[in-house]
Ligand binder design. Structure first.
Ligand code: NAD
Ligand code: TYD
Length: 339
Protein backbone atom coordinates (compact mmCIF):
# COMPACT_ATOMS: atom_id res chain seq x y z
CA UNK A 1 0.00 0.00 0.00
CA UNK A 2 1.22 3.52 -0.77
CA UNK A 3 -0.01 6.07 1.76
CA UNK A 4 0.18 9.86 1.63
CA UNK A 5 0.46 11.05 5.23
CA UNK A 6 -0.18 14.77 5.59
CA UNK A 7 1.18 16.68 8.57
CA UNK A 8 3.81 14.00 9.18
CA UNK A 9 6.39 16.48 10.46
CA UNK A 10 4.09 17.28 13.38
CA UNK A 11 3.56 15.47 16.66
CA UNK A 12 1.07 12.67 15.92
CA UNK A 13 1.79 12.41 12.19
CA UNK A 14 5.51 11.99 12.93
CA UNK A 15 4.83 9.28 15.49
CA UNK A 16 2.47 7.62 12.98
CA UNK A 17 5.16 7.52 10.27
CA UNK A 18 7.68 5.99 12.71
CA UNK A 19 5.03 3.46 13.75
CA UNK A 20 4.03 2.49 10.20
CA UNK A 21 7.56 2.10 8.88
CA UNK A 22 8.35 -0.16 11.79
CA UNK A 23 5.09 -2.19 11.78
CA UNK A 24 4.53 -2.32 8.00
CA UNK A 25 7.94 -1.89 6.37
CA UNK A 26 6.45 -3.10 3.08
CA UNK A 27 4.16 -0.05 2.81
CA UNK A 28 5.37 3.11 1.11
CA UNK A 29 4.87 6.40 2.92
CA UNK A 30 4.90 9.82 1.29
CA UNK A 31 4.81 12.65 3.83
CA UNK A 32 3.21 15.90 2.67
CA UNK A 33 3.89 18.75 5.08
CA UNK A 34 4.05 22.52 4.82
CA UNK A 35 6.55 22.75 7.70
CA UNK A 36 4.70 25.46 9.59
CA UNK A 37 6.03 26.46 13.01
CA UNK A 38 4.63 23.09 14.25
CA UNK A 39 6.33 20.96 11.59
CA UNK A 40 9.86 19.89 12.39
CA UNK A 41 12.03 17.99 9.91
CA UNK A 42 14.09 16.69 12.86
CA UNK A 43 11.07 14.63 13.89
CA UNK A 44 11.48 12.71 10.62
CA UNK A 45 15.29 12.47 10.79
CA UNK A 46 15.20 8.85 12.07
CA UNK A 47 13.32 7.70 8.93
CA UNK A 48 14.55 10.08 6.25
CA UNK A 49 16.82 7.45 4.64
CA UNK A 50 14.26 4.64 4.84
CA UNK A 51 13.85 3.21 1.31
CA UNK A 52 10.05 3.30 1.58
CA UNK A 53 9.82 6.90 2.80
CA UNK A 54 9.78 10.18 0.93
CA UNK A 55 8.97 13.77 1.86
CA UNK A 56 7.25 16.52 -0.12
CA UNK A 57 7.00 20.04 1.21
CA UNK A 58 3.70 21.70 0.32
CA UNK A 59 0.41 23.13 1.46
CA UNK A 60 -2.76 21.00 1.58
CA UNK A 61 -4.73 24.15 0.71
CA UNK A 62 -2.74 24.63 -2.53
CA UNK A 63 -4.93 22.84 -5.09
CA UNK A 64 -2.38 22.76 -7.95
CA UNK A 65 0.38 21.39 -5.75
CA UNK A 66 -1.87 18.72 -4.19
CA UNK A 67 -3.28 17.57 -7.54
CA UNK A 68 0.20 17.40 -9.02
CA UNK A 69 1.56 15.36 -6.09
CA UNK A 70 -1.40 12.95 -6.11
CA UNK A 71 -1.25 12.38 -9.86
CA UNK A 72 2.50 11.65 -9.64
CA UNK A 73 2.35 9.43 -6.55
CA UNK A 74 -1.01 7.68 -7.18
CA UNK A 75 -1.53 6.76 -3.52
CA UNK A 76 -3.80 3.92 -2.40
CA UNK A 77 -4.67 5.71 0.83
CA UNK A 78 -4.47 9.12 2.49
CA UNK A 79 -4.24 9.86 6.22
CA UNK A 80 -4.85 13.53 6.92
CA UNK A 81 -3.12 14.81 10.06
CA UNK A 82 -2.24 18.22 8.60
CA UNK A 83 -3.97 20.91 10.59
CA UNK A 84 -3.58 23.99 12.66
CA UNK A 85 -4.00 22.24 15.98
CA UNK A 86 -3.67 24.66 18.89
CA UNK A 87 -6.85 26.05 20.51
CA UNK A 88 -5.09 29.14 21.89
CA UNK A 89 -3.73 30.07 18.45
CA UNK A 90 -7.20 29.57 16.91
CA UNK A 91 -8.55 32.23 19.28
CA UNK A 92 -5.90 34.63 17.91
CA UNK A 93 -6.25 33.78 14.19
CA UNK A 94 -9.37 31.75 13.26
CA UNK A 95 -9.02 32.37 9.49
CA UNK A 96 -5.87 30.30 9.20
CA UNK A 97 -7.70 27.38 10.84
CA UNK A 98 -10.51 27.56 8.28
CA UNK A 99 -8.06 27.63 5.41
CA UNK A 100 -5.96 24.65 6.44
CA UNK A 101 -8.43 22.52 8.37
CA UNK A 102 -11.50 22.95 6.16
CA UNK A 103 -10.41 24.09 2.68
CA UNK A 104 -7.27 21.93 2.83
CA UNK A 105 -9.25 18.81 3.73
CA UNK A 106 -11.66 19.49 0.85
CA UNK A 107 -8.78 19.80 -1.62
CA UNK A 108 -7.21 16.55 -0.40
CA UNK A 109 -10.54 14.77 -0.94
CA UNK A 110 -10.99 16.29 -4.42
CA UNK A 111 -7.54 15.02 -5.38
CA UNK A 112 -8.36 11.63 -3.82
CA UNK A 113 -11.49 11.32 -5.97
CA UNK A 114 -9.62 12.39 -9.09
CA UNK A 115 -6.77 9.91 -8.52
CA UNK A 116 -8.84 6.91 -7.39
CA UNK A 117 -7.65 6.83 -3.77
CA UNK A 118 -9.16 3.75 -2.12
CA UNK A 119 -9.26 5.00 1.49
CA UNK A 120 -9.24 8.51 2.97
CA UNK A 121 -8.77 8.71 6.73
CA UNK A 122 -9.53 12.00 8.46
CA UNK A 123 -7.80 12.46 11.84
CA UNK A 124 -10.28 14.38 13.96
CA UNK A 125 -10.65 15.16 17.64
CA UNK A 126 -13.02 14.64 20.57
CA UNK A 127 -13.20 18.43 20.80
CA UNK A 128 -15.88 18.41 18.06
CA UNK A 129 -18.31 17.19 20.76
CA UNK A 130 -17.79 20.29 22.92
CA UNK A 131 -17.40 19.60 26.63
CA UNK A 132 -18.97 17.69 29.53
CA UNK A 133 -19.83 19.07 32.97
CA UNK A 134 -17.27 18.46 35.73
CA UNK A 135 -19.90 17.08 38.12
CA UNK A 136 -21.16 14.29 35.80
CA UNK A 137 -18.36 11.67 35.69
CA UNK A 138 -20.93 9.20 34.34
CA UNK A 139 -21.14 11.04 30.96
CA UNK A 140 -18.88 10.19 27.99
CA UNK A 141 -18.70 11.17 24.31
CA UNK A 142 -20.05 8.48 21.99
CA UNK A 143 -20.13 8.65 18.18
CA UNK A 144 -23.80 9.69 18.53
CA UNK A 145 -23.05 12.72 20.74
CA UNK A 146 -24.11 15.86 18.81
CA UNK A 147 -21.34 18.12 17.52
CA UNK A 148 -21.24 21.20 19.74
CA UNK A 149 -17.98 23.09 19.33
CA UNK A 150 -16.48 25.78 21.54
CA UNK A 151 -13.35 27.14 19.83
CA UNK A 152 -12.52 28.13 16.25
CA UNK A 153 -10.16 25.12 16.25
CA UNK A 154 -12.84 22.60 17.17
CA UNK A 155 -15.37 24.27 14.85
CA UNK A 156 -12.95 23.94 11.93
CA UNK A 157 -12.36 20.25 12.74
CA UNK A 158 -16.12 19.61 12.96
CA UNK A 159 -16.61 21.36 9.61
CA UNK A 160 -13.94 19.11 8.06
CA UNK A 161 -15.64 16.01 9.53
CA UNK A 162 -18.98 16.97 8.02
CA UNK A 163 -17.37 17.71 4.67
CA UNK A 164 -15.64 14.32 4.75
CA UNK A 165 -18.91 12.51 5.50
CA UNK A 166 -20.55 14.42 2.64
CA UNK A 167 -17.84 13.20 0.24
CA UNK A 168 -18.65 9.65 1.30
CA UNK A 169 -22.38 10.04 0.81
CA UNK A 170 -22.36 12.20 -2.31
CA UNK A 171 -19.32 11.03 -4.23
CA UNK A 172 -18.72 7.60 -2.71
CA UNK A 173 -15.21 8.42 -1.46
CA UNK A 174 -14.17 5.73 1.07
CA UNK A 175 -13.92 7.97 4.13
CA UNK A 176 -13.25 7.02 7.76
CA UNK A 177 -12.90 9.42 10.70
CA UNK A 178 -11.25 8.97 14.10
CA UNK A 179 -12.02 11.32 16.99
CA UNK A 180 -9.31 10.96 19.58
CA UNK A 181 -8.80 12.48 23.01
CA UNK A 182 -5.68 14.47 24.02
CA UNK A 183 -2.44 12.75 23.03
CA UNK A 184 0.95 12.98 24.75
CA UNK A 185 4.36 11.47 24.08
CA UNK A 186 7.60 12.12 22.14
CA UNK A 187 7.91 14.97 19.60
CA UNK A 188 5.04 16.99 21.12
CA UNK A 189 5.48 20.72 20.44
CA UNK A 190 6.08 22.59 23.71
CA UNK A 191 3.08 24.91 23.40
CA UNK A 192 0.67 22.14 24.50
CA UNK A 193 0.12 21.38 28.18
CA UNK A 194 2.31 18.34 28.89
CA UNK A 195 5.45 19.22 26.89
CA UNK A 196 5.22 22.88 27.96
CA UNK A 197 5.13 21.90 31.62
CA UNK A 198 8.01 19.41 31.26
CA UNK A 199 10.18 21.92 29.42
CA UNK A 200 9.40 24.80 31.79
CA UNK A 201 10.00 22.62 34.86
CA UNK A 202 13.35 21.45 33.48
CA UNK A 203 14.35 25.11 33.03
CA UNK A 204 12.92 26.15 36.45
CA UNK A 205 10.50 28.52 34.68
CA UNK A 206 6.94 29.16 35.98
CA UNK A 207 4.25 26.62 34.99
CA UNK A 208 1.16 28.57 33.74
CA UNK A 209 -2.04 26.74 34.73
CA UNK A 210 -5.24 28.24 33.29
CA UNK A 211 -7.98 29.12 35.80
CA UNK A 212 -7.93 26.78 38.78
CA UNK A 213 -6.46 23.82 36.87
CA UNK A 214 -9.68 21.85 37.37
CA UNK A 215 -10.43 21.18 33.68
CA UNK A 216 -10.26 17.51 32.79
CA UNK A 217 -8.63 15.89 29.74
CA UNK A 218 -8.64 12.20 28.77
CA UNK A 219 -4.94 11.50 28.02
CA UNK A 220 -3.85 8.88 25.48
CA UNK A 221 -0.26 7.84 24.79
CA UNK A 222 0.39 8.75 21.15
CA UNK A 223 1.46 5.26 20.01
CA UNK A 224 -1.95 3.89 21.07
CA UNK A 225 -3.56 6.50 18.80
CA UNK A 226 -1.26 5.50 15.91
CA UNK A 227 -2.29 1.86 16.33
CA UNK A 228 -5.96 2.82 16.30
CA UNK A 229 -5.55 4.75 13.03
CA UNK A 230 -3.65 1.84 11.47
CA UNK A 231 -6.52 -0.53 12.37
CA UNK A 232 -9.17 1.84 11.00
CA UNK A 233 -7.16 2.37 7.82
CA UNK A 234 -7.07 -1.36 7.17
CA UNK A 235 -10.43 -2.59 8.51
CA UNK A 236 -12.63 0.41 9.34
CA UNK A 237 -15.99 0.68 7.58
CA UNK A 238 -16.67 3.40 5.00
CA UNK A 239 -18.52 6.47 6.26
CA UNK A 240 -17.93 5.54 9.91
CA UNK A 241 -16.66 7.58 12.83
CA UNK A 242 -14.56 5.89 15.55
CA UNK A 243 -13.93 7.47 18.96
CA UNK A 244 -10.47 6.77 20.38
CA UNK A 245 -9.61 7.23 24.06
CA UNK A 246 -8.38 5.25 26.99
CA UNK A 247 -10.24 6.31 30.18
CA UNK A 248 -7.25 8.23 31.51
CA UNK A 249 -8.98 11.32 32.84
CA UNK A 250 -6.95 13.77 34.90
CA UNK A 251 -7.40 17.39 35.96
CA UNK A 252 -4.76 19.70 34.51
CA UNK A 253 -3.49 20.44 38.01
CA UNK A 254 -3.07 16.75 38.72
CA UNK A 255 -1.03 16.32 35.50
CA UNK A 256 1.19 19.31 36.30
CA UNK A 257 1.79 18.17 39.89
CA UNK A 258 2.71 14.70 38.65
CA UNK A 259 5.29 16.14 36.24
CA UNK A 260 6.82 18.27 39.01
CA UNK A 261 6.91 15.31 41.39
CA UNK A 262 8.65 13.06 38.87
CA UNK A 263 11.21 15.74 38.03
CA UNK A 264 11.81 16.49 41.73
CA UNK A 265 10.83 20.14 41.24
CA UNK A 266 9.13 22.51 43.67
CA UNK A 267 5.31 22.93 43.32
CA UNK A 268 5.93 26.66 43.89
CA UNK A 269 6.71 26.81 40.17
CA UNK A 270 2.95 26.59 39.45
CA UNK A 271 1.31 29.91 38.48
CA UNK A 272 -2.46 30.12 38.15
CA UNK A 273 -3.08 32.46 35.20
CA UNK A 274 -6.12 33.97 33.47
CA UNK A 275 -8.35 31.27 32.03
CA UNK A 276 -8.68 30.51 28.31
CA UNK A 277 -11.86 32.11 26.83
CA UNK A 278 -14.56 29.47 26.27
CA UNK A 279 -12.37 26.87 28.03
CA UNK A 280 -13.88 23.37 27.66
CA UNK A 281 -14.39 21.80 31.07
CA UNK A 282 -14.11 18.06 30.55
CA UNK A 283 -13.45 15.65 27.67
CA UNK A 284 -14.06 11.93 28.11
CA UNK A 285 -14.30 9.30 25.39
CA UNK A 286 -16.37 6.14 25.25
CA UNK A 287 -14.23 3.86 23.02
CA UNK A 288 -16.67 0.88 22.98
CA UNK A 289 -17.22 0.98 19.21
CA UNK A 290 -13.57 0.68 18.15
CA UNK A 291 -13.04 -2.00 20.79
CA UNK A 292 -16.04 -4.05 19.59
CA UNK A 293 -15.40 -3.63 15.84
CA UNK A 294 -11.61 -3.56 15.58
CA UNK A 295 -10.43 -4.99 18.90
CA UNK A 296 -8.54 -1.78 19.79
CA UNK A 297 -7.64 -1.10 23.39
CA UNK A 298 -5.00 1.22 24.80
CA UNK A 299 -1.87 -0.57 26.01
CA UNK A 300 -0.08 2.27 27.82
CA UNK A 301 -1.58 3.66 31.02
CA UNK A 302 -0.93 7.22 32.16
CA UNK A 303 1.70 6.32 34.79
CA UNK A 304 3.80 4.43 32.26
CA UNK A 305 3.21 6.89 29.42
CA UNK A 306 4.07 10.03 31.38
CA UNK A 307 7.27 8.36 32.63
CA UNK A 308 8.30 7.48 29.06
CA UNK A 309 7.42 10.97 27.86
CA UNK A 310 9.47 12.70 30.55
CA UNK A 311 12.40 10.39 29.80
CA UNK A 312 12.14 11.28 26.10
CA UNK A 313 12.29 15.03 26.83
CA UNK A 314 15.25 14.45 29.18
CA UNK A 315 17.03 12.48 26.44
CA UNK A 316 16.21 14.83 23.55
CA UNK A 317 17.13 18.27 24.84
CA UNK A 318 18.52 19.33 21.47
CA UNK A 319 15.10 18.64 19.82
CA UNK A 320 13.19 21.03 22.09
CA UNK A 321 15.94 23.52 22.90
CA UNK A 322 16.17 24.40 19.23
CA UNK A 323 12.43 25.11 19.20
CA UNK A 324 12.67 27.47 22.18
CA UNK A 325 14.13 30.28 20.13
CA UNK A 326 12.95 32.70 17.46
CA UNK A 327 9.27 32.54 16.65
CA UNK A 328 8.49 30.43 19.71
CA UNK A 329 9.92 33.10 22.04
CA UNK A 330 7.71 35.78 20.44
CA UNK A 331 4.67 33.48 20.72
CA UNK A 332 5.36 32.77 24.41
CA UNK A 333 5.75 36.45 25.23
CA UNK A 334 2.49 37.30 23.41
CA UNK A 335 0.43 34.53 25.03
CA UNK A 336 1.80 34.58 28.57
CA UNK A 337 3.50 38.03 28.89
CA UNK A 338 0.78 39.81 30.88
CA UNK A 339 -1.44 36.93 31.79
P1 NAD B 1 0.79 19.46 15.11
O1 NAD B 1 0.39 20.89 15.20
O2 NAD B 1 1.88 18.95 15.98
O3 NAD B 1 1.23 19.11 13.59
C1 NAD B 1 0.52 19.59 12.49
C2 NAD B 1 1.37 19.34 11.24
O4 NAD B 1 0.62 19.78 10.10
C3 NAD B 1 2.69 20.12 11.23
O5 NAD B 1 3.74 19.29 10.78
C4 NAD B 1 2.44 21.24 10.23
O6 NAD B 1 3.63 21.67 9.54
C5 NAD B 1 1.46 20.57 9.28
N1 NAD B 1 0.61 21.54 8.56
C6 NAD B 1 -0.08 22.58 9.10
N2 NAD B 1 -0.72 23.25 8.15
C7 NAD B 1 -0.45 22.61 6.96
C8 NAD B 1 -0.84 22.83 5.62
N3 NAD B 1 -1.64 23.86 5.28
N4 NAD B 1 -0.39 21.97 4.69
C9 NAD B 1 0.44 20.94 4.99
N5 NAD B 1 0.86 20.71 6.26
C10 NAD B 1 0.41 21.54 7.23
O7 NAD B 1 -0.56 18.64 15.31
P2 NAD B 1 -0.81 17.24 16.06
O8 NAD B 1 -0.98 17.49 17.50
O9 NAD B 1 0.18 16.27 15.59
O10 NAD B 1 -2.24 16.87 15.48
C11 NAD B 1 -2.37 16.16 14.25
C12 NAD B 1 -3.83 15.95 13.94
O11 NAD B 1 -4.44 15.23 15.00
C13 NAD B 1 -4.62 17.25 13.79
O12 NAD B 1 -5.51 17.10 12.72
C14 NAD B 1 -5.36 17.38 15.11
O13 NAD B 1 -6.57 18.06 14.93
C15 NAD B 1 -5.58 15.93 15.47
N6 NAD B 1 -5.67 15.61 16.92
C16 NAD B 1 -4.70 16.04 17.78
C17 NAD B 1 -4.78 15.68 19.12
C18 NAD B 1 -3.71 16.08 20.11
O14 NAD B 1 -3.85 15.82 21.31
N7 NAD B 1 -2.60 16.69 19.68
C19 NAD B 1 -5.85 14.92 19.58
C20 NAD B 1 -6.83 14.49 18.67
C21 NAD B 1 -6.72 14.85 17.33
P1 TYD C 1 -3.82 21.85 25.32
O1 TYD C 1 -2.59 21.03 25.46
O2 TYD C 1 -3.72 23.19 24.65
O3 TYD C 1 -4.91 20.93 24.61
P2 TYD C 1 -6.52 21.18 24.41
O4 TYD C 1 -6.85 22.57 24.75
O5 TYD C 1 -6.67 20.91 22.95
O6 TYD C 1 -7.18 20.17 25.29
O7 TYD C 1 -4.41 22.10 26.77
C1 TYD C 1 -4.76 21.02 27.60
C2 TYD C 1 -5.38 21.59 28.85
O8 TYD C 1 -4.37 22.31 29.56
C3 TYD C 1 -6.49 22.58 28.57
O9 TYD C 1 -7.49 22.44 29.57
C4 TYD C 1 -5.82 23.94 28.71
C5 TYD C 1 -4.76 23.69 29.76
N1 TYD C 1 -3.52 24.50 29.63
C6 TYD C 1 -3.03 25.20 30.74
O10 TYD C 1 -3.59 25.15 31.85
N2 TYD C 1 -1.88 25.93 30.61
C7 TYD C 1 -1.22 26.02 29.42
O11 TYD C 1 -0.19 26.75 29.34
C8 TYD C 1 -1.73 25.29 28.29
C9 TYD C 1 -1.03 25.36 26.97
C10 TYD C 1 -2.88 24.54 28.45
Amino acid sequence: MKIIVTGGAGFIGGNFIHYMLSEHPEDRIVCLDKLTYAGNPETLAPVIDHPNFSFSRGDIADRDYVFDLFSREKPDAVVNFAAESHVDRSIEDPGLFLRTNVIGTGILMDASLRCGVRRFHQVSTDEVYGDLPLDRPDLFFTEQTPLHTSSPYSASKAAADLLALSYYRTYGLFVTISRCSNNYGPYHFPEKLIPLMIVNALRDEPLPVYGKGENVRDWLYVVDHCRAIDLILRDGRAGEVYNVGGHNERTNLCVVEEILRRLGKNPDLIRFVTDRPGHDRRYAIDPSKIKAELGWEPTTGFEEGIGRTIDWYLGHREWWERILSGEYRDYYEKMYGDR
